[in-house]
Design a protein around this ligand. Structure first.
Ligand code: GRF
Length: 191
């Protein structure tokens, strides 16, 4: 810890809006975590530029051509260099190997755009609408080796309205993700 704040690494694969929300929240004096690394498995991930603009060290390396365990070992080494104590997945579109997850002892967290245990995996909003659900939302959960399966620590709900499509529902859920994730991560690192 430096300045009493717990160091956190964030993994992304894309635009990084949740990462940016985590970083923005970390600037508050009373936020118990600070972001020490943003790492991407896609060098073209849009979020990398956002992280750099915020002065956060970044690491980018494509997973292509490497076995999952090899790539994860490389990632693990980069993260450990920073002294991170927690890892937050923010749109990280790759399953982590059981070895990687075991090395972090319940200190990897993820945000998923559904009310887990409903709709693990992709196309969550379209599936919620197709099922006729009255509500959608997002969940923050601890990462275990099975996809989107670990214990849920926080959820936010939004209504599904007549005429909604996946895009309009995603647009309603995303601000809730940006509010929920920093709060849930802060609660976790304070425990
Ligand atoms: C979010 O909807 C998140 O819940 C899901 O992937 C999306 C990532 O968006 N895991 P962003 O990269 O954080 O903008």
């Amino acid at each position: 810890m430096t300045n009493g704040k717990t160091p956190v690494a964030i993994l992304i694969s894309g635009r990084g809006s949740n990462m940016a929300a985590l970083v923005a929240a970390s600037k508050a004096e009373d936020c118990p975590y600070r972001v020490v690394l943003v790492a991407a498995n896609d060098p073209d991930a849009g979020g990398l530029a956002l992280a750099q603009a915020a002065g956060i060290p970044t690491f980018a390396r494509s997973h292509k051509g490497l076995k999952r365990a090899e790539f994860d070992a490389l990632l693990d080494a980069e993260i450990r260099k920073t002294g991170a104590e927690w890892i937050a997945l923010a749109g990280y579109m790759r399953l982590l190997s059981p070895e990687f997850i075991a090395g972090w002892q319940g200190r990897i967290v993820n945000i998923h755009p559904s009310l887990l245990p409903l709709y693990k995996g992709l196309d969550t909003h379209a599936r919620a609408i197709a099922a006729g659900d009255a509500e959608g939302g997002c969940s923050v959960h601890i990462v275990t080796p099975a996809l989107d399966d670990g214990p849920v620590v926080a959820q936010a709900r939004v209504p599904i309205l007549p005429g909604d499509d996946a895009e309009s529902l995603a647009a309603r859920v995303l601000p809730e993700e940006h509010r929920l994730y920093p709060q849930a991560l802060a609660d976790l690192v304070r425990r």
